[in-house]
Design a protein around this ligand. Structure first.
Ligand SMILES: NC(=O)c1ccc[n+]([C@@H]2O[C@H](COP(=O)([O-])OP(=O)(O)OC[C@H]3O[C@@H](n4cnc5c(N)ncnc54)[C@H](OP(=O)(O)O)[C@@H]3O)[C@@H](O)[C@H]2O)c1
Length: 243
């Protein structure tokens, strides 16, 4: 690798959105490092597009420092696996792990962090139906703290708040809202991954927080939609339809 090669970290590369990100970033000129907590995932993540796999638990701040070493762009798809902690909260990777990642990214001087959060967090709280919100209130609070830490970090960032995630094929047609009271519905993880991958190379997306659903997945009336010129040449998805 030459010293001019840029490196991307997919924190949570073994997750469902993380794998979609690896498929998008793998063919680019970026050197891609993916993380997982399990050595059993390493071969598969390399097959999916990772040049390097780091086995990391983001609850450990020293491991987070190792993960971001030499990295220019961070993509975080970290999240708590299904279970009672979504309601109960407490020590969650959505807060503690992401904040360890952000702290390490600041020390490393990374250029940009793309953070996968959720509709229901912070200003988008009211857009998530109450029954759904109650089931994940612990993680929503944790994600809110992580979003705040990222905004205050001084790093370049883009926060993505998707609606319900699906594993369907990417639709290519997404609705992007801003300001919290914008959209609700569902979105394929592949669409989220494509937007996240474009974010560091899209100057207009810098230091902004977006709510995202697919056009097909929209529930109710959209408000506060924005038209973001995503720069997709660098990641090779410019032939696909996006707003
Ligand atoms: N499900 C929804 O409908 C929905 C809606 C909106 C937003 N979101 C959010 O979107 C994000 C991505 O969701 P997803 O369903 O695609 O993800 P996922 O499949 O649940 O993957 C989560 C990832 O986080 C990693 N992780 C968890 N705890 C960790 C720790 N302590 N240290 C290091 N890595 C850890 C997992 O790694 P391992 O391989 O080590 O387990 C995995 O790679 C999450 O933040 C989720 O809350 C979800």
């Amino acid at each position: 690798m030459t010293s001019t090669t840029e490196r991307a970290l997919v924190a949570g590369g073994s997750g469902d959105t993380g794998r979609e990100l690896l498929a998008v970033l793998g063919p680019t000129d970026l050197e891609v490092r993916a993380t997982t907590r399990s050595y059993a995932n390493v071969d598969e993540l390399e097959r999916l597009g990772a040049d390097e796999v780091a086995v990391v638990d983001f609850f450990e701040s020293t491991a987070a420092v190792r993960a971001v070493e030499g990295v220019d762009y961070v993509f975080s798809t970290l999240g708590t696996s299904p279970g009672p902690r979504h309601v109960l909260g407490g020590r969650l990777v959505d807060r503690t792990g992401v904040i360890n990642l952000i702290t390490a990214a600041v020390a490393e001087g990374v250029d940009h962090v793309a953070l996968q959060s959720a509709i229901g967090v912070g200003t988008s709280r009211a857009r998530m139906p109450l029954p759904a919100r109650l089931l994940v209130r612990g993680t929503l609070r944790a994600k809110g703290d992580a979003e705040t830490a990222l905004r205050r970090s001084g790093l370049g960032y883009t926060v993505f708040r998707p609606g319900r995630l699906t594993n369907g094929p990417p639709s290519g047609e997404v609705l992007v809202g801003e300001g919290g009271d914008s959209v609700w519905g569902s979105i394929p993880r592949g669409d989220v991954a494509r937007l996240m991958a474009a974010a560091p190379f899209s100057p207009d997306a810098r230091n902004r927080t977006f709510e995202v659903v697919s056009r097909d997945g929209l529930s109710g009336s959209p408000r506060n939609l924005v038209d973001v010129p995503w720069e997709r040449g660098r990641i090779g998805t410019e032939g696909e339809i996006y707003p």
